[in-house]
Design a protein around this ligand. Structure first.
Ligand SMILES: Cc1cc2nc3c(=O)[nH]c(=O)nc-3n(C[C@H](O)[C@H](O)[C@H](O)COP(=O)(O)OP(=O)(O)OC[C@H]3O[C@@H](n4cnc5c(N)ncnc54)[C@H](O)[C@@H]3O)c2cc1C
Ligand SMILES: NC(=O)c1ccc[n+]([C@@H]2O[C@H](COP(=O)([O-])OP(=O)(O)OC[C@H]3O[C@@H](n4cnc5c(N)ncnc54)[C@H](O)[C@@H]3O)[C@@H](O)[C@H]2O)c1
Length: 474
């Protein structure tokens, strides 16, 4: 058995904790997969690299409507995939090499599980086990895709976000179960590349947790591009002659596909780590329970990111990791002054077509929480600013050019409580609205206290704010 000052389980966001301020500490990093975790290897980064190419294809398809005789063929999947993973795999390998070269760090390649308080057994990838203990343990063990118990699914080949980005060839027909982040981003990719896509979502809209107007607009756009089946579930799947898979839906319809992607959510890995043996409590979703300093219920055990966060997003995991890092250093220096996590204003974006971005309450949530009398809403359309004119081909049919910004504020405080965007560059345009909420800025004066570059798309945010300000004054 080896004792460490610090054990970090998971080399995703957890890998960022150990810097030169830990040089005099003996550290073990346990990782069962490639360094960089989900975001680098099978999440944010490769998906956005695939999405960039999909966006390019969709932009080019607008050419004829704007007078440019563009034509887009079927994407060269192998070339796209290999370009992306050459960069990513190299990055993951160099990340591991860097740690292995450090004098104070042991990299244990294998799967860890708790056998007691701050005591772990690691099933090593090259055989055998290692038993390790530490004064401090960080659970940065992330989450994994959920595969629902659909009749027949075990007997047919299917992919999750872990595997789909490395498949050997572009499928002629792709089935997607789930209309959330993963389902919508990857349906966009494959539809743009030339696959026929059928997407099945049990709710009545895609991206159903977004503001209702945004979800409705996004859903209409997706329906123009591929087959979207809403309010229905896959009841059963079966293998069809020639290796295809048939989806049997509970509305009685069927769909035949060549590749099936299951994207119905993720769950934390706490169960596989047997965290209960370490005195670490989890909630009913398997999320490790943490306090505002990222401390778990077991002394000396910390958690971060998808292991413990209700918002399983990389910018949240990064923030959590900075908090854990600061608090480990404070603990080592004998200080009881711990840094606090801030999960108040957490933005999110879906990089589909069109992009969706949001921060704060939806209109329905604001009305529920604050009452109709206090809630003020303003909306401005992309088509009504100068840059929107540049985008417009056939406005009725174009979900990007017909995008909009919707803002939600409270009469009682004069503050924004929610911002929702759908359209080009939504993930970027949302940033000044995040800033306004974080810094508790009054809506009054927000638009007019700064210049907005003309004729940039940011003018859609400026105009939505002007509309909100006058609605607040009514
Ligand atoms: C397809 C996809 C796209 C995404 N896109 C975005 C995006 O655009 N923006 C965004 O903000 N978020 C995005 N996310 C979410 C984001 O990837 C996660 O929130 C983030 O990676 C979580 O980081 P983490 O460090 O908590 O966990 P991870 O990055 O998952 O790291 C956990 C690590 O722990 C290891 N591990 C787990 N259990 C053990 C064990 N018992 N022993 C040893 N090692 C173990 C795992 O192998 C893994 O490497 C996306 C996710 C997916 C799936
Ligand atoms: N751009 C980003 O930030 C980004 C991108 C991808 C993933 N992520 C993260 O990964 C997490 C997981 O993404 P996800 O898309 O897997 O989950 P999700 O929770 O976003 O969406 C799952 C969807 O599947 C539907 N569903 C559930 N069971 C179903 C069934 N049996 N049949 C049909 N539909 C069903 C749900 O109604 C929901 O709409 C996200 O919550 C997010 O935190 C983020």
């Amino acid at each position: 058995m080896t004792h460490y000052d610090l054990i970090v389980i998971g080399a995703g966001s957890g890998n960022t904790i150990v810097d030169d301020r830990f040089d005099d500490r003996r550290v073990a990093i346990v990782e069962k997969g490639p360094f960089g975790g989900t975001c680098l290897n099978r999440g944010c980064i490769p998906s956005k690299m695939f999405i960039y190419v999909a966006d390019l294809a969709e932009s080019a398809r607008r050419g004829p409507a704007l007078g440019l005789p563009t034509e887009v063929g079927r994407a060269d999947w192998t070339a796209i995939r290999d370009r992306i993973f050459a960069r990513i795999d190299d990055n993951a390998e160099s990340g591991r090499d860097y740690r292995e070269d450090a004098d104070n760090v042991d990299v244990l390649v294998g799967e860890a599980r708790f056998v007691g308080e701050r005591r772990l057994v690691v099933d090593l990838a090259d055989g055998g086990t290692a038993e390790i203990t530490a004064d401090q343990v960080v659970l940065a063990s992330g989450s994994r895709p959920v595969v629902p118990p659909i009749d027949g699914l075990d007997d047919v080949p299917h992919e999750t976000s872990d595997t789909i980005m490395r498949i050997p060839e572009l499928p002629a027909r792709l089935g997607v179960i789930g209309g959330g982040y993963v389902g919508c981003e990857l349906a966009h990719v494959f539809a743009a590349y030339g696959s026929e896509v059928v997407q099945v979502e049990s709710a009545d809209r895609l991206l159903s947790t977004q503001d209702a107007d945004i979800a409705a607009h996004f859903t209409r756009g997706a329906q123009q591009r591929y087959d979207v089946r809403l309010g229905t579930k896959v009841e059963r799947v079966s293998r069809t002659a020639g290796g295809a898979v048939t989806l049997h839906l509970d509305d009685g319809s069927e769909a035949e596909v060549d590749v099936l992607l299951v994207a119905v959510g993720r769950r934390p890995n706490s169960d596989l780590l047997e965290v209960d043996k370490a005195g670490v409590e989890t909630d009913d979703k398997g999320l490790v329970v943490v306090d505002q300093h990222q401390r778990t219920t077991a002394p000396g055990v910390w958690a971060l990111g998808d292991a413990s966060s209700h918002e399983p997003l990389k910018h949240v995991a990064n923030q959590d990791a900075r908090v854990v890092q600061a608090n480990l250093l404070a603990t080592y220096s004998g200080s009881s002054e711990l840094v606090t996590s801030d999960h108040d204003v957490v933005p999110q974006a879906v990089f589909a077509h069109p992009q969706v971005a949001a921060v704060g309450l939806t209109e329905a949530e604001a009305r529920e929480e604050h009452g109709d009398h206090d809630v003020v809403v303003a909306r401005h359309d992309v088509a009504d600013v100068a840059y929107g004119w540049a985008l417009a081909g056939d406005l009725d049919d174009d979900p990007e050019a017909a995008g909009f910004v919707k803002l939600v504020a409270l009469r009682s405080t004069g503050r924004l409580v929610g911002a929702h965007l759908v359209g080009p560059m939504a993930s970027v345009l949302v940033q000044p609205l995040i800033q306004a909420m974080v810094h508790d800025l009054p809506v009054k004066g927000l638009a007019r206290s700064q210049y907005w570059i003309h004729p940039s798309l940011a003018e859609v945010v400026e105009n939505a704010l002007i509309g909100l300000e006058s609605a607040l004054e009514d």
